[in-house]
Ligand binder design. Structure first.
Ligand code: ADP
Ligand code: MG
Length: 325
């Protein structure tokens, strides 16, 4: 069992940033409005994520860290339309198998909190522990028991940069959630909860003033799909694709098909061959998109990718053409 979890960890847990991603997504799935992220040594020494979400009842703690135990899918049919971020029940057992792991939680309306420790995959006892409503997951000494993987970890600054890149990606999609980050005991980043979705302020914070000044708002709906967000004017175009943020039903993904449609609309209207910077949210019927392609969920597969391409192309073509008119 420990070995299976460690093998699964190979897929789910690549580096500290992937741990942060899984834990923060769990916090969001639990309805957190505020998430505190404490890191030491680029997350290698410590990742501690505390949320104010719904929490976990004491008797559910062992279940939360057991393999394929997810509270997010009731039947196999649900797989077709998962709205939550996690749904495989793999993250916690995987992370716990390659670290010194601690889970503390107090469920909504519960009188007491409880704690469960796991050391390199071996399960401790559930013991009472004081905790405000919500959950804290603590991951120490990542890969301490898997030297072959530990070897691939990079310098502290590099690992921290990966974490911050991912948090920026998240912050753009969830301006309603407050995120606070500390590194080695010092505050390193704070995203205030903005309330409304698609906050211009977050855009500004995440991508800089230059980008925010040169963006065009996009919001287009047709055929049961919606594309909204921002795309930069040619004055702010990049030599690389590093500022292309695409979200499908709230998940950050990379998709060649959509990226191609954006780029094509851009060059057709603006005769501009460089890489447009953008933050775009595509929403469509979850049944039309398969998020189950890769465990890390960076990729999706569209049932009707040609339709999606056409829709994105049209949406942007129209928005861009309006600014030229
Ligand atoms: P998944 O997210 O795919 O369900 P995980 O291994 O990430 O699987 O988490 C297992 C289960 O533990 C979740 O389904 C959820 O019930 C519970 N859980 C994990 N993290 C939290 C959290 N921060 N708050 C509340 N429940 C959590
Ligand atoms: Mg999860």
């Amino acid at each position: 069992e420990v070995l299976i979890n460690q093998i699964a960890a190979g897929e789910v847990v690549e580096r500290p940033a992937s741990v942060v991603k899984e834990l923060v997504e769990n916090a969001l799935d639990a309805g957190a409005q505020r998430i505190d992220i404490d890191l030491e040594e680029g997350g290698v020494r410590l990742i501690r994520i505390r949320d104010d979400g719904g929490g976990i009842a004491p008797e559910q703690l062992p279940l939360a860290v057991s393999r394929h135990a997810t509270s997010k899918i009731a039947s196999i049919d649900d797989l077709e339309s998962v709205a939550t971020l996690g749904f495989r029940g793999e993250a916690l057992p995987s992370v716990a198998s390659v670290s010194r792991f601690r889970l503390v939680s107090r469920a909504r309306d519960a009188q007491h909190g409880a704690e469960l420790r796991i050391d390199g995959g071996s399960l401790g006892e559930v013991v009472p522990q004081a905790h405000p409503q919500g959950t804290t997951v603590e991951v120490r000494d990542l890969f301490y028991n898997v030297p072959a993987r530990r070897k691939f970890l990079r310098a502290e600054r590099t690992e921290l940069a990966h974490i911050e890149d991912w948090l920026r990606t998240l912050a753009l999609a969830r301006p309603d959630v407050e995120l606070r980050v500390t590194h080695n005991g010092k505050p390193s980043r704070r995203w205030k909860g903005e309330g409304d979705l698609l906050s211009e302020l977050r855009l500004h914070e995440a991508l800089g003033e230059d980008f925010a000044r040169n963006v065009l708002r996009v919001d287009h709906s047709a055929a049961g799909m919606r594309l909204h967000g921002w795309i930069a004017q040619p004055a702010y175009n990049r030599a690389s694709t590093d500022q292309q943020y695409l979200y499908v039903n709230g998940r950050s993904v990379r998709d060649r098909n959509v990226a191609h449609a954006v780029r094509q609309a851009y060059s057709d209207v603006l005769f501009h061959g460089r890489h447009p910077a953008y933050v775009l949210f595509l929403e469509l019927d979850p049944r039309g998109v398969d998020v189950n392609v890769h465990p890390a969920k960076h990729e999706v597969r569209f049932r009707e990718s040609r339709l999606v391409h056409e829709f994105v192309y049209r949406a942007l073509h129209q928005a861009l053409a309006e600014t030229r008119a």
